[in-house]
Design a protein around this ligand. Structure first.
Ligand SMILES: [Zn+2]
Ligand SMILES: [Zn+2]
Length: 442
């Protein structure tokens, strides 16, 4: 006993080290479980967001992955975090996750009501606006009007209300200074404003005023644009103003399919509208590198209320060497215009894996008049396109007429990872010819 207790004795050293190792092992384990038990999901999210070693896209990716692995509890976990956190960076990341998820009105409303009373965190409610009841939206408007400040957290919420519910802000337009919010209020503006813009254009001949007039998108505004065919100097200007206002320049038919839906990338099978995955049939091949185009979206005409009689598919190349793809769908398969065609590849990189697009009615059926920002916009089916900068609609290679707009797919993050392209894809559809055209804007 004396020997083994001597500190220099090898047996003592051995036993002592073991004892130390053993006890620190237990301790580590205890600390580990204690930490694990102590960390709520909100702690976990805060840990990611406040980790200074991570870049913003990395944080975004990890917060999305964390909430996504909660499965059916993802929304509840996100809402719980918004109820608890006091950090605006955390509320921004979590609210942008909820913005990617369709539905969950009650949960999103609960979170927005908490954010409204949480100082700087109120700005994160901007991402939940499409799902909020009018009473809650009115509350945010009143908060802003109580101390109008374009840099306040409430200004972000107003910005989103302008996009989704411009009618709610119109009565207060004279107290809102932001030029962006003012622009969003063009959507569905009264006829007197349309007449006023036309009058200013006649005096000053500044195309920006006709651009604003077209963005009103009422029948009256569209008729005024239509009447200017011979007054606009460059015929091409009139040809992009017309579909922006809602009608095709050649036929006068609607330039869109109504109604308008917001689209959400969801897991495979969650809706009949397929995104990504392997396309069965020929697809366009890149004329330069021969890589096959990938299916971005196939809409199921049976699941749509629009006047679409076949299932339109829209394709894109991951090499991004073209700016337009046109395909006809025939009983014998696909026919590609303006380039080679061949078997589809198995990989799905443009859309991460095989997914589906869940649709929800867009709160603004008139059409959003504020410009889109590629990578930060919504997916859309039907309704008027929201361009980064307005363009001519493509000509159908089948019949030679201008094509109406049908869908837009943004390159922003999805719950399943990032999209394999930059910019914003716009899909057009000629139902007479069963031709789809996909083009891009950055
Ligand atoms: Zn290529
Ligand atoms: Zn056609």
């Amino acid at each position: 006993m004396v020997l083994t207790s001597h500190p220099s004795h090898p047996r003592y050293q051995l036993a002592g080290r073991k004892a130390i190792e053993y006890s620190s092992g237990i301790e580590n384990l205890l600390v580990y479980y204690w930490e694990k038990a102590k960390l709520t999901p909100t702690d976990e999210i805060e840990k990611i967001v406040l980790d200074s070693r991570l870049s913003v896209p990395e944080k975004d990716e990890r917060v999305i992955a964390f909430l996504e692995q909660c499965g059916a509890q993802g929304v509840a976990t996100a809402v719980e975090c918004l109820m608890e956190t006091s950090d605006v960076r955390v509320s921004e990341f979590v609210a942008s996750y909820l913005e990617m998820i369709p539905g969950a009105r009650e949960e999103k409303t609960r979170a927005a009501e908490r954010l409204r009373g949480a100082g700087p965190l109120a700005q994160s409610a901007a991402r939940l606006v499409p799902w909020l009841p009018e009473s809650v939206l009115e509350g945010f408007v009143q908060d802003y009007l109580a101390a109008p400040d374009p840099d306040s957290p409430q200004a972000s919420v107003l910005f989103s209300i302008g996009i989704h519910y411009p009618g709610l802000l119109r009565p207060h337009a004279d107290r809102i200074e932001s030029p962006f919010i003012q622009r969003s209020l063009l959507s569905g503006a009264p006829d007197e404003l349309a007449d006023g813009l036309l009058k200013i254009w006649r005096e000053q001949q500044d195309l920006d005023d006709l651009h604003s007039l077209a963005l009103i998108r009422t029948r009256h505004a569209s008729d005024l644009i239509s009447s200017l065919r011979d007054d606009v100097d460059d015929p091409e200007d009139w040809e992009w103003l017309m579909p922006l206002a809602g009608h095709l320049p050649d036929s006068g038919k609607s330039s869109v399919f109504r109604p308008s839906f917001m689209g959400f990338v969801a897991d495979e099978g969650m809706s009949d509208h397929v995104m990504g995955g392997q396309y069965l049939g020929d697809v366009p091949l890149c004329a330069d590198c021969r890589a096959p185009a990938e299916r971005v979206l196939t809409l199921s005409c049976d699941a749509l209320p629009h006047a679409v009689s076949q299932d339109p598919s829209f394709f894109w190349f991951s090499c991004a060497e073209v700016d337009r793809i046109a395909v006809q769908f025939t009983p014998r398969g696909t026919k590609v215009y303006l380039g080679p065609q061949g078997i589809a590849g198995e990989e799905s990189r443009i859309v991460p894996g095989e997914r589906s697009l869940v649709l929800e009615p867009h709160p603004n059926q008139t059409g959003v008049s504020l410009m889109a920002i590629a990578g930060r916009s919504q997916h859309q089916v039907g309704g008027l396109p929201r361009w980064p900068s307005p363009e001519l609609h493509p000509i159908c290679p089948g019949c030679g007429n201008f094509m109406p707009f049908l869908a837009a797919v943004d390159s922003g993050p999805t719950p399943f990872g990032s999209m394999g392209f930059d910019g914003l894809l716009f899909g057009f559809w000629c139902d007479d010819c069963s031709v789809s055209t996909t083009q891009i804007q950055y």
